[in-house]
Design a protein around this ligand. Sequence first.
Ligand code: GRF
Length: 189
Amino acid sequence: MIKLPGKKIKIAVFISGTGSNLKNLIIFSKRKNYEVKLVISNKRNAKGLIFAKKYKIPTKVYYLKKSSKDEKKILDILLKKKIKLICLAGFMKILSSSFIKKFKGKIVNIHPSLLPKYKGLNTHARVLNNKEKYSGCTVHFVNSKLDSGKIILQKKIKVLKNDTAKTLQKRILKEEHKIYPKALQMIIN
Ligand code: GRF
């Protein structure tokens, strides 16, 4: 992703919930090579929208029920705001392959497992059920297959004896907050 000297890449962050990754990306953006110019949520009450407002970042809610119509509106606003990179951060909707094609190589996601293992939901419970020694998180490009695009950065952590899905989730989320801004830094130059 090419950045003009002295200019920051404009990114949009897509969320559905808490938005701790969004908050973290906003904080890091102050000293990184990107700026968060838009936050899109498919839920009106997503907690993350509060952070966006606090930092005076424009927000939009699209329920994406009739996907194509909302996706068209999203594409329009992304173009209008000159967004060059989309960061999915706990975004629980699957974008259509035609949308992904239009932003080819410019959509990234963070997933709470060591991909290609444990794609999809409930990763931590599945990791524990399978008595895995390690888990972690992955930042990857988005393609039309779920959690399957090229990996940008991963962090591996040990699963502890007494871990529950909740404790594992908490420790992994901390690592997510470190690797997501790092991964952006790596792909923007
Ligand atoms: C994170 O664990 C992320 O990896 C997953 O959803 C969670 C979102 O957390 N895709 P938050 O909303 O950023 O706090």
